[in-house]
Design a protein around this ligand. Structure first.
Ligand SMILES: C[S@@+](CC[C@H](N)C(=O)[O-])C[C@H]1O[C@@H](n2cnc3c(N)ncnc32)[C@H](O)[C@@H]1O
Length: 211
């Protein structure tokens, strides 16, 4: 992934943000050791941002699409009240095994429920409304996730969509994934159902609030 923000600025930002738990740091190490694409981790800065968003809106019910080894899920769960709930979707058994082992070791893990399988199918089975949704799975399905998640979001709820700059490729899309994200960005830009701001954090995070 092309670094949109210089590593020095990223490191500085991390150093001035709330430190992460030792467990989250260990999860980064294990993900680098035991998975092929550790670059998929949201990492410390975005993880702190996700936790902050959960806290700011006082979210009680969070939905995540794309868990990987659980870094973002655990970061958001830290910001949830003790009776809060986070439902997260993934289809990779190896990642799910790693995530589960870390959730079991965290005091926040009991708030997290893993739904194994294709996320679009899982979303169809969910009932009730969510306060916050984080989208971070297969990019070609982003437009589908957006519509499904918007229907599950309460009015005033927030959707966070990751990688919306796609290393800058959204300016001139050169792949199916980049084209799908660019097309979703175009749609959100004029979507009167939501308030919206695209932040250049890490690989770009679209912050969308349902009207
Ligand atoms: C970018 S990673 C998520 C990173 C994670 N949020 C974190 O902070 O570490 C994307 C994840 O989406 C999962 N994924 C891909 N296609 C999926 C699908 N159709 N349904 C559910 N999960 C999917 C992959 O297995 C992968 O673990």
């Amino acid at each position: 992934m092309l670094t949109l923000v210089s590593p020095e600025i990223d490191d500085y930002s991390v150093s001035k943000s709330e430190p992460t738990s030792e467990l989250l740091q260990e999860l980064i190490e294990i993900t680098h050791r035991d998975t092929e694409l550790p670059i998929m981790l949201t990492g410390p800065l975005e993880g702190r941002f996700l936790k902050m968003m959960v806290q700011l809106i006082g979210a009680k019910r969070v939905l995540e699409v794309g868990m990987f080894t659980g870094y973002s899920a655990l970061s958001m769960a830290e910001g949830l009240a003790a009776d809060g709930e986070l439902i997260t979707c993934d289809l990779d058994p190896h990642c799910i095994k790693i995530a589960r082992s870390f959730f079991e070791r965290s005091p926040h893990g009991k708030k997290i429920q893993i739904k194994e399988g294709p996320a679009l199918e899982t979303l169809k089975t969910l009932t009730g409304l969510f306060d916050l949704v984080f989208i971070d799975a297969d990019k070609v399905n982003y437009p589908n996730y957006y519509e499904a998640a918007l229907a599950l979001l309460r009015v005033g709820g927030v959707m966070l969509i990751d990688n919306v700059l796609y290393s800058g490729a959204v300016i001139k899309p050169d792949s199916e994934s980049a084209a799908a994200i660019a097309s979703l960005n175009d749609k959100i830009a004029v979507d009167e159902r939501v308030d919206r701001v695209l932040l250049p954090i890490r690989d770009g995070v679209f912050v969308v609030r349902k009207r």
